[in-house]
Design a protein. Structure first.
Length: 430
């Protein structure tokens, strides 16, 4: 694939879009069928994935276009039911592309497993005992996951904290061991849980306490990714607003989210529209990503916006986002879900870190789209155009008639099924 710019992609019929991707990505018959909804996740797989399975829940999958990140083109798979998300972030990616694209990066991927110990006679001594057996505990954990170690991953380090150490503490004193684990390109939940469960008896023996919880933490502030864009004002000009005015409005929008939790949550919901769509499409655990992202947004004790928008000395709009992003490209249900496999083929991320960086760029683009619209015409205009397409299809319009009928309804400011039927009867009397 030479470019993620595919002009007029949205105007193609869905079969034509599938053909285009099939050709670009050299998709096989089964993959094409999966995109058509014929051979995707089947009942048999569903039955192996969860208990009491009775069917399959589907979502549309679209591709976000125009993403240029660190000089590489990405076609981004997005699974989402909400209209306008794919279109608006593709549009923002196009604007950012014109300004050189996104830059993105990530920290080394380190996951955290927690072991909770209560009832130690001497918490200080227990803590010291764990530290003085650091190498032994790491070795013990690694013996449990030989395949992960063979792939270059495994436990790297540990640390220990004593919680509720002050006399007036509401809850009882406890010791918490963090095992830091490199899970390579997997999210690694099972690996982490196996390791912390496996070392628990030795932790009990060393501390003289009782171990209760042994589980990964979804707050992976040791596995961060970030994305940034710098956009000159002229790129942002829209519907009677100069670029400078748009930037001013977007900075007020950012200040609002930074000052008010009611707004910050909605602001972040918009970010997660983009993030979750890619996380879901690629077969990752979006509840884990959601939980970690919101906690990170409150890391300084105050829940704030996940993005930061500012103006540089040249008057350019500067957007930045950083979140924990412990996604995987292997493991979990990724291998079981045919659509996740296809989605990963589209995005062409060679590592989990690369996928995380793409996801952050999408989250930033999504937020940029929302703020740009909210600070100018409002979001209903764009939503209505897309809603009109859905109404046209529901009324029975197909092919190029969908666009014509939708447009006519928007112009008439009457987006109703009766109007769509009336237009359809006029334009396509057959
Ligand atoms: C809608 O799904 C998302 C927005 O509400 C986000 C925002 O307000 O920033 C448009």
């Amino acid at each position: 694939m030479k470019s993620s710019r595919i002009p007029g992609f949205y105007k193609l019929a869905i079969e034509e879009r599938i053909d285009k991707l099939a050709e670009t990505f050299d998709l096989g018959r089964e993959e094409i069928d999966a995109l058509r909804g014929l051979g995707s996740l089947g009942l048999e797989q569903a039955d192996k994935m969860i208990e009491n399975a009775v069917g399959i829940y589907s979502l549309p999958i679209g591709v976000g276009l125009n993403f240029l990140i660190n000089g590489k083109d990405y076609l981004v798979p997005m699974a989402i039911e909400e209209p306008s998300v794919v279109a608006s972030c593709s549009f923002m990616a196009k604007l950012v592309r014109g300004a050189g694209g996104f830059t993105a990066g990530s920290t080394k991927r380190v996951m955290i497993g927690q072991v909770q110990v209560v009832g130690c006679e001497d918490f200080r001594a227990a803590k010291n005992a764990l530290y003085s057996h650091r190498d032994e505990l790491i070795e013990l954990a690694n013996v449990l996951v030989p395949n992960m170690v063979k792939r270059g991953g495994g436990a790297l380090d540990l640390d220990v904290r004593v919680l509720n150490d002050n006399p007036g503490a509401k809850y009882s004193r406890m010791l918490v061991l963090h095992l830091y684990i490199d899970t390579q390109d997997a999210m690694g939940a099972n690996t982490i849980n196996t390791m912390v469960e496996g070392i628990a008896p030795r932790v009990e023996a060393l501390t003289g306490g009782k171990v209760y919880l042994r589980i990964l933490s979804n707050y992976t502030d040791t596995c961060l990714a970030w994305a940034k864009c710098v956009v000159p004002p002229h790129v942002l000009t829209t519907d009677g607003w100069t670029g400078e005015q748009v930037i001013e409005g977007m900075l007020h929008a950012h200040a609002f989210a930074a000052s008010d939790t009611y707004r910050a949550v909605t602001h972040n919901k918009g970010v997660m529209n983009g993030v979750d769509a890619v996380v879901i499409a690629t077969g990752n655990d979006w509840r884990a990503i959601e939980a970690g992202a919101h906690a990170y947004a409150a890391r300084d004790g105050h829940y704030g916006p996940m993005t930061d928008w500012s103006k540089d000395e040249n008057g350019n709009l500067v957007g930045f986002i950083e979140l924990p992003m412990p996604v995987g490209i292997v493991g979990g249900s990724i291998g079981m879900h045919p659509m996740a496999q296809i989605a990963l083929k589209f995005v062409r991320a060679k590592s989990a870190r690369e996928l995380a960086e793409v996801i952050l760029a999408v989250g930033l683009a999504q937020n940029m789209a929302a703020l740009r619209a909210l600070a100018t015409t409002g979001i209903q205009k764009g939503h209505m155009a897309l809603h009109a397409r859905t109404v046209a299809v529901t009324a029975g319009a197909r092919g190029e008639l969908v666009e014509r009928i939708a447009q006519a309804m928007v112009e008439a400011q009457e987006i109703k099924i009766e109007k769509a039927r009336e237009l359809l009867a006029t334009l396509d009397p057959a």
